[in-house]
Structure formats: structure tokens, C-alpha cells
Ligand binder design. Sequence first.
Ligand SMILES: *Cc1c(COP(=O)(O)O)cnc(C)c1O
Length: 352
Amino acid sequence: MPTPRIEIDLTKISHNARALKDLFGAKGIDVVGVTKVVCGSPVIAQTLLDSGLTILADSRTANLDRMRDAGVEAQFLLLRTPTLSQAEAAVLCADISLNSEISVVRRLSRFAVAHHLRHKIILMVELGDLREGLMPADLAGIVEELRDLEGIELAGIGTNLACLGGISPDHENMGGLSAIAGDLERRFGLTFEFVSGGNSASLAWLMSATNVGRVNSVRLGEAIYLGRETLHREPIPGLFTDAFTLIGEVIESKTKPSLPYGQVGQDAFGTTPAFRDQGPMRRAILAIGLQDVLVSGLTPRIDVEVLGASSDHIVVNAREQGLEVGDEVAFDLSYGALLPAMTSPYVAKEYR
Ligand SMILES: *Cc1c(COP(=O)(O)O)cnc(C)c1O
């Protein structure tokens, strides 16, 4: 089999998706499956749908197109606010989008009308994480303006936490979101289809909440794929954390000193490396590097230590593993490592 490759266990992904759907569903919250970390893989998208999810979300129009072109049938949600120049692509590839700028929504309206489409808008509300979102005080004015726009429907509000500012979803900010939803619904005589409460960081809040208020939707990526919540990266009980495995192949294995010798300058990436003298060691080189994956996000499944990496090589202390040329080494991936590995054309994808 080719290396480097990423082995993707669809049965484990399906198990995780079903378990999360049941967990959130028990409190009246629907799970939207986020596909951006798997680059909109149609095979994985179909697995999520077969596991009972009905809405798929991605931050890139290209990934939504990839799923549509492959015949995946779902409601599609565009996670990242469309750029002005993408507005037409957005209404064509997405049924719903998250928005925080009225100029963008106006443009979406224009193209929705031109294409005889109805595009749903979820307005994002800033609740402290300081990435996307309208300040709560500005919402009513925007809702007023939206009501006059054709081709679009205000389907709800949402928020995103724990992404830039590391702010945790809690009873205060989630309660705030519910209160804002209720106020807008009363004031404008609306019933929101979505009150979209967040991402994989919402798990602790969900487990401790006796009343989730008006929150009826979450957008989950990491929890489904890696079986972890994202505030402390704790495994979620009953979920698989090893649905993805990265495999690299040994291309050199030799006993060498552990300390580089000669004059020390910068390494390939402009930093000055530091190494510890551990005497001679068995060092193995794997044919995979920074062009394929975020090496700092890899955890070997056997007892070896990653010593360093460059564009195309990872060097490990092979310890007592007896690695030989041609042997394969398996790694767990963090979210940050999974993203480039799934995107890289150099990493083969092996679905099983
Ligand atoms: C990526 C993303 C998500 C999913 O985040 P996970 O941590 O993978 O669950 C949800 N909402 C938005 C807006 C995103 O960009």
C-alpha cells in the first residue's frame, strides 16, 4: 500500500456521529456535521448522512462543491462568511450560510433572486470569543433591514466560541444567546429554525445543562472525527479517538550520535534547533514531512520519539523498536495535523 497514507475507519466515525446525535438529541439539540477538517470528503460526508445527520457544514465553497458534485444529498451550510466576491458561488453551493455583515447578505440576496433560489441566513452573534459575529446591540437593526431583502430567509442566530479567544460555552453566554433569540422572535414575530450554539467545545456545557434554553443546533467536527471535546481535549466516553491513522514509511535506519556536530546555524525552517546528548541512538527517517502534515500534532502509536522534521522527512529516536527500511510507523493525529493531511495531495486516503 502507498505511503504516506491516512487510514480512515468509517465504522468508527459512524459510531461517533450516532453517539453524539443521541447525546445532544436527548436535550433537543440537532447535530450539524462539519466536513472542513476532512476537506469535504464525499465518502465521509455520506457516512455522516448514513449515521442520521441531515445537514453538512463546511467553511469552503470548494469543499461544498466537491460533495455536491459527488452526488452527496444533504442541506449544505457554509460556515465561513462568504466573501463579497464569493456571494454567487455561496448561494449556488450552500442552502444556508453564517453571516455577520449586511453588505454580504445584500449581495447574497441579489444572487439568490437572480438564480431563483431561497438562501437561509444564520446571523452570528459576538458573545466574547471575538472572531465572527454582530455585537448584540446591533442585531435588531440588521434584522429590520433583512426583512426587506428578497431571496433570503432569516433562519436563525448562532454563535461561535472557543476558536480565537478560547472562551468556553457556559450557562451565561448560552443563556444570553437564548435570550437574544427570544427577544428577536417576539419583537419581529419570527420563529427561528436554528439557534446554533457552537462547536465541539459545547460538550461540557451540554452535560451540565439542565435547561439548554432555545439552543437547538450545534456544529460538530472534532468531536465526531477524533472523539474529543475541544476545551481540554478530553476523550468523550464511549467514542473512538482513533478513527484516523497516519502511516509513514522508514527510508533510513542507523545508529548515529544524538547531538548534531559541526557549527550550529539555522535549520531548514529558520529556527536554531536544540538537541539533548543521549549518546549514540538508533535513528529512523520516515518519508513524510511538513509538506504533508503538522508534525507537532502527531503522536506515535509505538514507543519512538519524534526528534525533528523538515519538508519531506521525520526523524525519530527508534529506541528498542528495531525499525528497518520499509517498516511502517503509525501515528494518531491532532485536529491541526488531520486538516493538512486530509488536504495534502501527497497523502493517500485509505477508507475502510
Ligand atoms: C470549524 C467550525 C466548527 C466546528 O468546529 P469543531 O471544533 O471541529 O467542532 C463550527 N462552527 C464554525 C463556525 C466553524 O468554523
